[in-house]
Design a protein around this ligand. Structure first.
Ligand SMILES: [Zn+2]
Length: 472
């Protein structure tokens, strides 16, 4: 058994509450880790004296803010080999330009891309990530990012994405990028049997994730839902209402909007979460809330690709569980989790009054509301909200019995200067910052600002060489 004591934590935020009341915050706190689990936490005055004498490692955190590691609920790791491409086009053009490049990727390139994405996530405060790999060209399999996550030490929900509706069937992607339905379902079943772990503190779980209404056949949507529900804890994930042209496609192809189409495929429910969900109307928000369907807010991608603004405040008020996602690295173009929390808060503040203001003398400018989303709500979505979407109650908060996933950010650094009054808010409002320490399942992945398990220089060289190989 290994024990680690984080003592005299300058500011400890536990996220043991809900949204506006995000949870307990303690000055001069402690966290005791026993193997992969938090054994105890609270004010330093409550720390048992014996703990300090008997632990294997003692870390003084009097210069640190400590909070739960964050949960990223939407990503496409492989896209960091196509960053800063297609900078100024509409989503369908963006996709059609990138599909042929993604079709050249192989398993080795997927490993390289996954490693780089996970490194960025870890350094920016993420300790659990989902990844939606919906293109499986050449010899690619989902086993590879799972292996890389195990090497890196990141808690990982691997989403077996898929595309089955190519151009010849009226879909957006070229036929060369899609798979046969039977092959997809067989591989999904194999992955569940090989990797899906439903034990407490599990490091790997499988998600089934057909890509979108315009790249997946109706049959696959229904069969994937049935297959997931035949297994304990296998959740469903996809894109929805990401761009207006998707709504037009759904009406033309299926005769209904994207949410009604999802419902017709048996894709609303407490085991389903969708990325984006931007164009939901009032009734669709109610449908999400009533069925327990979750949503991932990806503010950077929504701004970067000019998609629109999700009605996050209204969705939260209606009772929809919302988490955050950095989205793929071709549409962000980073995997920075703290940055995503920052933009979530800021973008939502310009959203609630999204109509042109009616100022005396004429219309002008978009309105906003500074109370639309608080910094603690944004952080709650990044921790507890994300954990909920992934179906987990063992991560996302600092409490006895929960997985030992936590991060520490140093207070004495340039970006934190002058933030003594509210150092937790500073992590978002003054950021983005890097972590100084990151623990996942009790294992330190970052110590004193450096990776413990990754040679980042070698990983960067490999990434650069892989890009040259793919583009050659
Ligand atoms: Zn996406």
């Amino acid at each position: 058994m290994t024990t680690i004591l984080l003592k005299h934590i300058s500011h400890l935020a536990r996220f043991d509450g809900v949204l506006r009341d995000a949870g307990t915050e303690i000055s001069d706190g402690f966290v005791l880790i026993r193997d992969n689990v938090i054994a105890a936490c609270g004010p330093m005055a409550d720390c048992p004296e014996s703990a300090e004498q008997s632990v294997d490692r003692l870390l003084d955190m009097s210069d640190h803010v400590v909070m739960p590691g964050m949960v990223n609920t939407h990503h496409h790791f492989y896209q960091n080999l196509t960053r800063v491409m297609v900078q100024d086009d509409e989503l369908f053009v963006w996709l059609k330009t990138l599909y042929p490049i993604w079709a050249r990727l192989d398993d080795r390139a997927m490993a390289t891309a996954s490693r780089m994405a996970m490194a960025e996530l870890i350094m920016s405060g993420c300790t659990t990530s989902s990844d939606h790999q919906y293109i499986m060209p050449n010899d690619c399999t989902l086993d590879t990012p799972i292996r890389v996550a195990q090497e890196m030490g990141l808690r990982f929900h691997a989403a077996r994405g898929a595309m089955s509706r190519g151009e010849s069937k009226g879909g957006l992607p070229p036929d060369s990028c899609v798979e046969e339905e039977d092959d997809i379902l067989q591989d999904a079943e194999r992955l569940i049997g090989t990797h899906h772990d439903m034990s407490d503190h599990a490091m790997t779980r499988i998600v089934l994730a057909p890509c979108s209404a315009f790249s997946v056949t109706q049959g696959l949507m229904k069969d994937a839902a049935a297959l997931a529900r035949a297994h304990d804890g296998v959740r469903l994930h996809s894109h929805i209402a990401e761009v207006l042209s998707e709504e037009e496609y759904c009406i033309e192809t299926y005769g209904m909007r994207s949410v009604a189409y999802a419902e017709s495929c048996d894709w609303l429910g407490p085991d389903v979460w969708f990325a984006h969900s931007i164009f939901l109307n009032d009734a669709e928000i109610r449908a999400f809330a009533e069925t327990g369907t979750g949503a991932t807010f990806c503010p950077s991608a929504h701004m970067r690709c000019g998609l629109g603004i999700m009605r996050t405040r209204e969705m939260l008020d209606a009772g929809v569980v919302v988490g955050l996602g950095v989205d793929g690295s071709a549409s962000n173009d980073t995997s920075n989790m703290f940055s995503e929390v920052r933009f979530a808060q800021f973008l939502q503040r310009v959203a609630p009054d999204r109509y042109l203001s009616e100022a005396p003398g004429g219309r002008g400018g978009f309105g906003g509301t500074p109370t639309a989303l608080s910094v603690r709500e944004a952080l709650w979505m990044a921790t507890r909200g994300g954990a909920h979407l992934l179906g987990r109650d063992d991560i996302g908060q600092i409490a006895a019995g929960k997985s030992a996933d936590l991060i520490a950010v140093k207070r004495t650094q340039l970006g934190m200067a002058g933030t003594q009054r509210d150092p937790l808010a500073a992590l978002v409002m003054c950021g983005p910052l890097n972590v100084d320490y990151s623990f996942v399942n009790g294992v330190p992945l970052v110590e004193q600002g450096s990776f413990t398990r990754l040679d980042i220089d070698a990983a960067l060289r490999d990434h650069s060489e892989t890009m040259e190989r793919i583009y050659a």
